[in-house]
Design a protein around this ligand. Structure first.
Ligand SMILES: Nc1ncnc2c1ncn2[C@@H]1O[C@H](COP(=O)(O)OP(=O)(O)OP(=O)(O)O)[C@@H](O)[C@H]1O
Ligand SMILES: [Mg+2]
Length: 718
């Protein structure tokens, strides 16, 4: 039990408040009730209860440079001194305020450092946050009330351990349905449960183990949610695209169909244009040729050709007529040849005769010569044999000489005669020669006459040939003209009568083709765009598939968080905890002579997490705490606080209730009466309020602080 609260310079008060175990502080506003309670809290916890633990918050309560609070129990006392320490920074000139805390424990057990002393205080007193500001509690949200109650209700369940937790999570999260419907999610969840359970250290109890797991889940969730958010952007984009695509998918199918048809059409049109252009070209060529032929025929017809051959024929006839006739050369030559033949014969005869004469003359001359020789020889040989000169011959040759002389004369006579004959023959030969020459000349004349005729005929023949060629030419010119005309006409007739295939209007078809081409391009762009979008969608899909992990993890973490939290394990634990609390509160209420049955609700009808409590009134209605009257609320809270303190089993069990101003006399009496009955469960009860009525509180120390004012010891009012 705390027997004394010491305070110095806290909220302007320096006093010592003695405690008996059951104390009531009354007094007007600002008389220092709360200050005492705050001093108690500050001494126990090192900071003002309900305020932050920061230096700035604590220093607010110090009236001087130094503030001291202290507690005294039956066998232990301690003080905490907070000294303001202002340091100015030489460079910036800023002043920094800090608090230096000095602890003092007595009796000391050799504690030296602040840590050691704090540990000692913790050991002797505990730091269970006792003070409950009624108004403050009323202003709390359900969640904050829940946190408050949980924080004062250590969860140490015997029935829950790591193994049970593991079973619970598996049973709740790894359903056969999930395994069947989403194997991937199932596996990831399984993995996560394992990972989370690994955070639950073997030495930890269920409460700390859960906190470790919840902390880990929170961290993981943040990480994977960010990842998921990244991929969700993609997913949203995809969803938009999918909608857009779904909308246009049918259109695209139609567009593609139309595109194909148009392309087919275009091919047809282009084919037809090409074919008709070719046909047109042929027709144009044909018409051009017809014009050409007509012009040519006209030109040929107009070309004058002199086809009159009369003059030429006459000239030719003249030429033919003037052609000299050939004569019979042989018959013309015959008389000359005959004469020449005769003359030749005669000449031959003469020549033979001459030859004979010449022979005879030679013989005669030889005779004469021989005779002359003999005569000469006889003369030379006179007396010598003619056979051999060695032989002498005395024959007389005078008769012989004579004979020779006669013979010689005769021979000369004959020679003379022969010479005459020779000359005669020669003369005749000359005459024959003249005759012969005449005949030859005659013959030559005949020849040259024949040659002359021949030459004349050749010239004429040449002229005739030329004339004939000329006539021929004229003739062929005519023929050619007719032939050409016939050819041209034949071609013309053929072309004129040629059948032509009908052709379409090429310019219209070309316009059609241009239009079709433009439409095709337009459709192609459309199809291309959609195809690209589809491509992107496929890529995004892949991306999302990769990022599915984040989604699965986030899902699993969310479920895991729920499973661990108030809707899950903590909920289960709270239920386990709350039920004894509830029944204890019920018991306490009964002790205070309130018959109402309290209730706790941690889940809404739809399964949502909530934290509500209240009691069931005499008419059987569940009345929420907030709906209770302030007096009823105070009673309920007192019963609840008693329960919490009792269960929390702190070193020192202290129930403090401030601001009980709103209780009417009757209810305050009831509260005191009830708490008195419960007072065995706690070491100290401190009630405070600016109560303005008299009340009976046997066994309680009532301090009216207004009577004594601040800075004075409280006086007892019996
Ligand atoms: N630093 C300070 N210096 C001087 N006086 C202070 C300081 N801080 C607070 N006070 C005053 O101390 C007084 C004690 O206030 P306290 O909260 O204890 O009053 P109370 O008795 O609880 O009153 P109430 O019934 O209104 O709750 C108040 O008048 C308050 O204005
Ligand atoms: Mg007060």
């Amino acid at each position: 039990m705390i027997t004394e609260i010491q305070m110095e310079n806290i909220k302007g008060q320096s006093t010592t408040q003695s405690l008996t175990g059951k104390n009531i502080f009354i007094g007007r506003n600002g008389s220092g009730k709360t200050t005492r309670i705050q001093a108690l809290g500050l001494a126990m916890q090192g900071s003002i209860p309900g305020r932050g633990k920061t230096t700035a918050e604590t220093i607010k309560f110090a009236t001087d440079e130094s503030m001291t609070v202290g507690l005294k129990t039956t066998d232990f006392e301690f003080t905490r001194n907070f000294t303001r320490d202002e340091k100015s920074n030489g460079k910036t000139g800023e002043t920094k305020i800090s608090i230096k805390e000095t602890l003092n424990v007595s009796p000391g057990k050799g504690e030296r450092t602040a840590t050691e002393k704090k540990a000692r205080i913790q050991d002797e007193i505990g730091n269970f946050p006792v003070a409950l500001d009624f108004n403050e509690f009323l202003s709390l949200s359900d969640a904050k009330r829940r946190d408050f109650i949980y924080s004062l209700s250590p969860i140490d369940s015997d029935s829950w351990d790591k193994e049970k937790l593991s079973h619970y999570l598996q049973g709740r999260m790894l359903t056969t349905e999930l395994e069947k419907n989403n194997k991937e999610q199932f596996e990831i969840t399984k993995q996560l449960i394992g990972d989370a359970l690994a955070e639950y250290r073997d030495k930890q109890d269920i409460h700390d183990g859960l906190i470790s797991m919840i902390d880990w889940v929170a961290k993981e969730s943040t990480f994977w949610k960010r990842k998921q958010a990244d991929s969700q952007g993609t997913v949203r984009q995809m969803a938009d695209m999918k909608n857009e695509l779904a909308e246009t998918d049918r259109n695209i199918a139609e567009t593609k169909k139309e595109l194909e048809e148009l392309q087919q059409n275009l091919i047809e049109i282009e084919k037809k244009v090409a074919a008709d252009t070719e046909k047109k070209r042929t027709i144009d060529n044909r018409l051009n040729r017809i014009d050409e032929l007509k012009a040519e025929i006209k030109l040929v017809n107009e070309t004058e050709i002199d086809i009159d051959n009369t003059v030429l024929d006459k000239d030719l006839a003249g030429l033919i007529a003037s052609m000299p006739l050939l004569f019979d050369l042989e018959s013309k030559l015959l008389p000359f040849n005959n004469a020449i033949y005769k003359l030749t014969e005669q000449a031959n005869e003469q020549r033979q005769a001459l030859h004979k004469v010449q022979e005879e003359m030679m013989n005669v001359r030889a005779n004469v010569q021989t005779l002359d020789g003999t005569l000469k020889k006889v003369g030379e040989l006179a007396g010598v044999c003619v056979i051999s000169q060695m032989i002498s011959c005395n024959k007389d040759f005078t008769g012989f000489d004579d004979y020779v002389a006669e013979k010689k004369a005769q021979a000369e006579q004959a020679l003379m005669e022969l010479t005459i004959q020779h000359d005669e023959l020669k003369k005749r030969a000359g005459a024959l020669e003249v005759l012969m020459t005449l005949q030859e000349d005659g013959k030559k004349e005949v020849f040259s006459a024949a040659q002359e005729i021949q030459a004349k005929r050749e010239v004429l023949s040449q002229q005739i040939k030329m004339k004939e060629t000329e006539i021929q030419k004229k003739e062929s010119l005519k023929e050619r003209k007719e032939g050409k005309l016939s050819l041209l006409d034949t071609e013309l007739q053929k072309l004129v009568h040629e059948k032509t295939e009908p052709i379409g209007d090429i310019s219209i078809m070309e316009k059609q083709a241009i239009g079709t081409r433009a439409r095709i391009e337009e459709l192609k762009v459309q199809v291309d765009e959609k195809d690209k979008s589809k491509q992107t969608l496929v890529l995004m899909n892949e991306n999302v598939l990769q990022n599915h992990e984040a989604e699965y993890k986030s899902n699993a973490l969310k479920v895991l968080n729920e499973s661990l939290g108030a809707k899950g394990v903590q909920g289960e634990l709270v239920k386990e905890i709350l039920e004894p609390i509830r029944s204890q509160i019920e018991e306490n209420l009964k002790l205070m002579e309130f018959e109402q049955v309290p209730y706790f609700q941690t889940e809404s009808d739809t399964g949502k997490e909530l934290f509500e409590f209240g009691w069931v009134n005499e008419r059987g209605h569940e009345v929420n705490f907030d709906a209770l009257s302030t007096g009823q609320q105070t009673v309920f809270l007192a019963a609840m606080m008693m329960t919490i303190i009792d269960r929390a089993q702190p070193k020192l069990r202290i129930l403090v209730m401030d601001n009980l101003n709103h209780l009417d006399k009757q209810n305050f009496q009831l509260l005191i009466y009830g708490l008195d009955k419960l007072s065995d469960k706690v070491d100290n009860i401190i009630l405070a309020g600016a109560l303005e009525y008299d009340f009976t509180a046997d066994g309680w120390q009532v301090d009216d602080l207004s009577a004594t004012g601040v800075d004075q010891d409280a006086s007892k009012i019996a």
